[in-house]
Design a protein around this ligand. Structure first.
Ligand SMILES: *Cc1c(COP(=O)(O)O)cnc(C)c1O
Length: 365
């Protein structure tokens, strides 16, 4: 099966086999030192130079989103959420769950977020903005500079879910004054699922330390900050995934570092979009992450195309959820795939589209 899904993505061979080399007990200095080395690199990739500001959790990305709302927010805060799809909606649900007052900027699936949307929220005492910088459901990449300027003007914390954007799009926490970044293992990092990482600005760490304790015992960030100074976690971490991360960092460094890695993903993305356009496939106009390309169909059922690709050609692409399930599918550019794989994908995609069209015609006769 060839994976063109957003995650878990196709892993690199050395990462897949890393555990065959054996691993050590996690309460040792040796393990702690490896963790510190890895987290230092990831912090560097995120553009965050604050010491001990990156923690890692044994949870998928949603667990980290939940824990961030629980630890960083209180009932006295007022949040604003960019809600342009299912992941924006998830932040709304979490804020509601934790009784944090919030309002949401709701976007249609194909609506580009602009200054106009933000205008009515200026000087309204919101103190934290939540955004999934790449709204994975549609692939829209929001303008980080615009959001960063908005937060600076309004003296707001900026919380970013960069789970599906990390290592595919440019990103820099200090440049944009980002206070929290959530990433997870199974997307651009190309590791197994089940580990997430959260990076904080100094002022957000201070806020967490002065907030009331979170509801969650397991995800009490104060314990994580204390432990991470030694490369440790309060409870058993995702040990095997940390070994995979150690291997992945070596791959990224050998490829020329973070920027070279992002370029590799970008090149695949550009290649796909160019070829897809030449084939007459429809790509929505809004600004997009390099992580994935949405393809829009008005005359065939996109869900049927996804099904044929998987069942007949062993190629996995993302369907779209909800109201878009028959209209759009998504092709990811992260993970261990090549230009040759993309050529095969496009060939099979066109065959699948033809098959759905033919079926529709026969049905009509
Ligand atoms: C994948 C993803 C998540 C996390 O989803 P999980 O199923 O918990 O791994 C969160 N936000 C975005 C934007 C994502 O793409």
């Amino acid at each position: 099966m060839k994976q063109f899904i957003v995650g878990p993505v196709e892993m690199y061979p050395s990462t897949k086999h890393v555990l065959e080399k054996g691993y050590t007990y996690f309460r040792t200095e040796e393990y702690g030192n490896m963790v510190k080395k890895c987290l230092k690199k990831v912090s560097e990739y995120l553009g965050n130079s604050t010491e001990n500001s990156l923690i890692y959790l044994a949870a998928s990305g949603t667990g980290a989103m939940d824990a961030v709302v629980d630890n960083c927010m209180t009932q006295n805060d007022k949040a604003l959420v960019i809600n342009g799809g299912s992941f924006g909606h998830r932040f709304c649900e979490l804020l509601k769950w934790h009784n944090v007052p919030f309002e949401a900027i709701n976007l249609n699936w194909d609506e580009t977020l602009t200054e106009n949307h933000l205008q009515q929220y200026e000087n309204k005492n919101f103190n934290t903005l939540f955004v999934n910088i790449d709204e994975t459901q549609t692939g829209q990449l929001y303008d980080i500079k615009m959001l960063s300027d908005f937060c600076k003007r309004n003296n707001m914390f900026l919380v970013v879910d960069a789970i599906s954007s990390f290592l595919a799009d440019e990103y820099d926490m200090e440049k944009y004054g980002i206070d929290v970044t959530i990433i997870s293992s199974q997307k651009g990092l190309c590791l197994s699922a089940g580990m997430s990482l959260v990076s904080f600005s100094k002022r957000m760490i201070e806020k967490i330390n002065s907030n009331p304790l979170p509801k969650s015992y397991y995800f009490n960030f104060r314990d994580y900050f204390r432990n991470i100074e030694r490369g440790q976690t309060p409870y058993t971490p995702a040990v095997t995934t940390m070994y995979e991360l150690n291997d992945m960092i070596e791959l990224i460094e050998n490829a020329g570092g973070k920027d070279a890695w992002i370029k590799k993903v970008t090149d695949k993305c550009i290649y796909f979009r160019k070829k897809a356009a030449e084939l007459g496939l429809k790509i929505p106009e809004y600004p997009k992450s390099n992580t994935l390309t949405p393809l829009y169909f008005d005359d065939v059922n996109a869900g049927e195309v996804v099904k044929i690709l998987r069942e007949k050609y062993q190629i996995c692409v993302n369907p779209c959820g909800g109201e878009m399930s028959n209209k759009m599918l998504r092709v990811a550019h992260i993970g261990n795939t090549t230009i040759q794989d993309i050529d095969i994908l496009l060939e099979k995609l066109m065959l699948a589209i033809k098959e759905v069209k033919d079926k529709k015609l026969q049905g009509a006769i």
